[in-house]
Design a protein around this ligand. Sequence first.
Ligand code: SAH
Length: 360
Amino acid sequence: MQREKRVSLKQEIIKLIKSGGPISVSAYMGECLANPKYGYYMQQKPFGSEGDFTTSPEISQIFGELVGIWCAAAWQQMGCPKDIAIVELGPGRGLLMKDFLRGTKHINHFHESIEIHMVEVSDALTKIQQENLKEAHNNITWHKEIASLPVKPMLLVCNEFFDALPIHQYIKTEKGWSERFIALDDEDNFIFTDKPSFDLPDIYNEAKIGDIVETCPAAEVIMSEIASHIEMADGAALVIDYGYGGQKFGDSLQAMKNHQYSDIFENIGSSDLTAHVNFDALQSAASQYNVNNYKLISQRDFLVNLGIELRMQSLLKSASDGQKDEIISACERLIDPKDMGSLFKVMTITNANMTNPVGF
Ligand code: SAH
């Protein structure tokens, strides 16, 4: 079954290239991840120990709990509005929201004031989220895109959502900037090629021959929509992802299968493809609106500032000896400065009336 799927998506992309010529890296990534029939996210089991990669909410319940505390604190800073949307983009299996809701149950009037909106492109993952959240809250709605969210105050969260959006890659050549495309060799294997592109903005002027620039217009459009919503209707957003600020060049496109790096031209539709998030580009998209934009911080700083140590101590009190080791190593993994603690970054924007979001 799996093999048949893989062959099919590969054949579809080959057909696409044969009929219309080489495709951009962005079109390739879009097909691999979100082809409506065979795309990677349309299958059921990308996450967790049996899947291809493990995300923070899959590592420890504390992650979603602390994101929940962050939102509840922001809600209090807004004056505890009675009707507010909690939005999650790209919720995977729905564990972040499950832990978020369990962890905030005791906060006075919070649950009656919120409605939950999940934005998920995959029907298969939507089903899993619905199953995992069936007892978590009585007002949860699913959307395919953020355009259908209600216009009301919102607190939006996402983890590893932006890194799944398709990127374009440009390479500096002797003749100027070229965009990288994917073509076929004589045996129908995928190969990189490039075509002259428009000039990139001046910020890339110092590029040397061979330097690669990645752009993600889809991410910038979504961040603009979020900032515009927050400017108009109030609220805040919290974006957590594998990414960088202050870096301009590099090829970060990578494939993951069974927790191993894999060739981006292999296991098509059955391996995850991601690119690191360019937070400078997201912050610059948000800064076009009248919102407060805070300094990017590391996942470690965010979780430590929100009290991961205290929460861990309280979980340890009721844990068995075996569970204790697991709880401690999961928390260490989330904040390890040599790994997820620094590779993952946290960005927040708030309505101009809100200052000092917790953790920043
Ligand atoms: N947040 C989850 C899952 C991250 S994987 C976690 O941390 O475990 C990326 C998620 O984004 C998946 O749920 C995928 O189906 C979803 N996704 C990818 N592209 C999307 C898009 N354009 N719109 C909505 N959801 C998308």
